[in-house]
Design a protein around this ligand. Structure first.
Ligand SMILES: *Cc1c(COP(=O)(O)O)cnc(C)c1O
Length: 237
């Protein structure tokens, strides 16, 4: 038996508890179910349990899964879920992302943003964008440096087929709740300073299975949760 419905319920309860501790309304936090490495059947099961938004990291896997999910939902007359791209973006792969996703969380370069804007089909709503910020400062981590976020935000906000929504980060993993909060606080402070400079950002995409409570405490509006919903990932498959 799959535990996806129960896991979803437990994650919602954990979000609600963290929200309450932070005097926030639980509805101000959207749960993005990260379905990478899991199949269309797992996504469909989550949809039937009420989940409406899914995050994917690997483009080809995502495109195959999206088509299978859409085909399965058609006879049920259920609306398609919202799809969020949360993986690294190669510049030669921007077109299918612009054509098939509702959100992209991992924009870190103006060139990529410009391609996504140019390739976003006219009949679709503007593509929702979060800028990925490197808040841990490790050489290996992707994301724009905090000092360069304002310039990138200004450039992206001016692109006609993109809608700049906010900031995203994947901090260095730590089990220490206070250290988790410190990283997320840096992203929130950056978000607040951009808004004070005239941006109109409404999204802080931060927190995963292991640190979502700290992210909610620091103002996350989207938490990206995979293994706590779908179980342990197996990359061999
Ligand atoms: C895989 C992934 C997640 C989900 O991670 P879990 O630890 O399984 O919750 C969230 N965000 C990004 C960017 C990811 O790549």
């Amino acid at each position: 038996m799959s535990r996806i419905p129960q896991n979803l319920q437990a994650v919602h309860a954990a979000i609600a508890q963290a929200a309450q501790a932070a005097s926030r309304h639980p509805d101000s936090i959207q749960l993005l179910a990260v379905s990478k490495t899991f199949g269309a059947d797992a996504v469909l099961e989550a949809i039937h349990a009420g989940q409406a938004a899914f995050g994917e990291n690997y483009l080809q896997e995502a495109l195959d899964k999206m088509a299978a999910v859409a085909a399965a939902l058609l006879p049920e007359r259920l609306p398609s879920p919202e799809w969020h791209f949360i993986g690294p973006i190669q510049s030669n792969k921007t077109r299918p992302i612009a054509e098939h996703f509702d959100w992209v969380h991992t924009v870190e370069r103006e060139k990529i943003a410009s391609r996504l804007s140019g390739q976003r089909p006219q009949q679709l709503a503007p593509l929702n964008i979060c800028l990925q910020v490197n808040i841990s400062g490790e050489a290996s981590k992707s994301g724009v440096a905090p000092a360069d976020v304002a310039a990138l935000a200004q450039a992206v906000a001016a692109m006609p087929r993109l809608r700049l929504r906010g900031l995203m980060a994947i901090p260095e993993p730590t089990a220490d709740f206070e250290l988790q909060r410190q990283s997320f606080r840096r992203l929130r402070q950056l978000f607040e300073s951009l808004n004070a400079q005239g941006c109109t950002l409404d999204t802080l995409s931060m927190g995963m299975s292991a640190d979502m409570a700290a992210a909610v405490a620091e103002g996350a509006t989207i938490v990206r949760v995979g293994s706590a919903i779908f179980g342990q990932r197996n990359y061999e498959k």
